[in-house]
Write a protein that binds this ligand. Structure first.
Ligand code: AFP
Length: 313
C-alpha cells in the first residue's frame, strides 16, 4: 500500500497504477483516457467556441467542443482494444465499439462537462465511469474505476480503482505525474457548492443551507461539477449538492455520467454521496439518461441532508 500525502518525486500515472496493483488491461484503458485528455485540453485552449448546430439527449444545444471531445474520447476508447460498450452524455444510445471485447470493459463518460463555461473561461472537465464486462446499466457500486480530468489553470486527473483516491497533474511534457495520493475528507464541511435555483428548493434543502451557514460553511460554487467536486476533495472539507427542485424532482445531474463516478471517488476518500434518501452507488439506473438529486462530500453533512429531507422533504 502506498503512503498517504504529497510527494516530491515524479511518479507517472502508468507506474503508479502498476504499483497500485491495477489490472494491466485497466491500466491500459485509464492511460488511453489520459491520452485522449491531451487532445481535449488542446481543443479547449485553441478550438472553436461556437455551437455545433445539434442537440444532445436532454435537448441541450451542443457546442462544437462537446462534439469534438466526444469524438476524441470515442476514438481512443475504440482504439484501446479493451472496451466493448460506451455511453456518452452527448449521444443517444449505448454504442458497441468493439463487440469482440465483451469480456473487458464498458465506459460511460461525459466528454466535456460544463462546456457552457468555456466561453467565460471557467474550469471544465471530463468524467469517466468504468465497469467490467459489457453492461452499463448497473448500480454504481459495481464500477471498477472512476476518474475525472479537470481542465483548469492546471490540468489534473483524479482516479480511483477502489483503493483510495489519487491526483495527478499534467506536466510541461504533457505527462501525468503524481501530485497527491490517498486523498481524504474531513467529517464536516467548511465550504459548500449549491446547484439549482434556491427559490425552488424544498423545505428540507432550504434548512440544510441554513444548517451549513450556521456551522460557518462558506459558499464556493463555480457551476461546473468537476471543479466543484474537485475543490471538495482537494480542500478536504466541502459539500456539493444539486438537489431535487420544484418542477424538477430528480434535479439535473445524470446518474450514469456524473453521479456514479463522483460518488465512487467521494466514498473512496471517506466521504458520502446520496440522492437525499439513498446512497447513490446503490441506485439501479432505470434509463441511460436517469437524473437524480445529488448530495455529496463530508459524511456528517450528507447524513444531515438526508435527515432534513426525510423530515421536511
Ligand atoms: P453543462 O454540461 O450543460 O454545461 O452542465 C454542467 C452541469 O451538468 C454541471 O457541471 C453543473 O454542476 C451543473 O450542470 C450546473 O447547472 P446549473 O447551471 O443549473 O447550476
Amino acid at each position: 500500500m502506498l503512503e498517504a500525502g504529497k510527494t516530491k518525486f515524479q511518479i507517472d500515472l502508468r507506474r503508479y497504477l502498476r504499483e497500485d496493483g491495477v489490472d494491466h488491461k485497466l491500466i491500459h484503458l485509464i492511460c488511453e483516457i489520459a491520452e485522449a485528455s491531451k487532445y481535449i485540453v488542446n481543443s479547449i485552449r485553441t478550438g472553436d467556441l461556437g455551437v455545433a448546430g445539434t442537440s444532445n439527449l436532454y435537448g441541450e444545444e451542443q457546442l462544437a467542443l462537446d462534439v469534438l471531445s466526444d469524438r476524441i474520447m470515442r476514438k481512443r476508447l475504440a482504439k484501446s482494444g479493451v472496451v466493448s460498450n460506451v455511453a456518452s452524455e452527448e449521444t443517444r444510445d449505448i454504442i458497441a465499439v468493439s463487440p469482440h471485447c465483451a469480456g473487458n470493459y464498458s465506459v460511460a463518460f461525459d466528454p466535456l462537462d460544463g462546456s457552457s463555461l468555456v466561453d467565460v473561461n471557467l474550469a471544465v472537465g471530463t468524467i469517466v465511469s468504468i465497469y467490467a464486462g459489457s453492461d452499463l446499466m448497473q448500480p454504481g457500486q459495481r464500477q471498477v474505476a472512476a476518474l475525472y480530468i479537470l481542465y483548469g489553470p492546471r490540468t489534473t486527473l483524479v482516479y480511483t480503482t477502489g483503493n483510495g483516491v489519487h491526483e495527478f497533474g499534467m506536466n510541461q511534457l504533457m505527462e501525468y505525474t503524481l501530485l497527491r495520493r490517498n486523498i481524504r475528507l474531513a467529517p464536516k464541511a467548511a465550504i459548500y457548492s449549491p446547484g439549482g435555483l434556491r427559490n425552488r428548493y424544498s423545505p428540507g434543502v432550504e434548512n440544510f443551507v441554513s444548517y451549513l451557514e450556521e456551522n460557518g460553511a462558506k459558499l464556493r460554487y463555480s457551476g461546473g461539477l468537476v471543479p466543484d467536486v474537485n475543490q471538495v476533495l482537494m480542500k478536504g472539507n466541502g459539500m456539493f449538492f444539486y438537489p431535487h427542485l420544484q418542477g424538477a424532482p430528480k434535479g439535473k445531474l445524470r446518474l450514469l455520467y456524473e453521479l456514479n463516478p463522483m460518488a465512487f471517488l467521494l466514498e473512496q476518500a471517506g466521504g458520502a454521496a446520496s440522492n437525499g434518501r439513498q446512497r447513490i452507488l446503490e441506485l439501479q439506473p432505470q434509463a441511460i439518461d436517469d437524473c437524480q438529486p445529488f448530495f455529496c462530500g463530508c459524511c456528517e453533512d450528507v447524513a444531515k441532508a438526508e435527515e432534513l429531507i426525510a423530515n421536511l422533504g
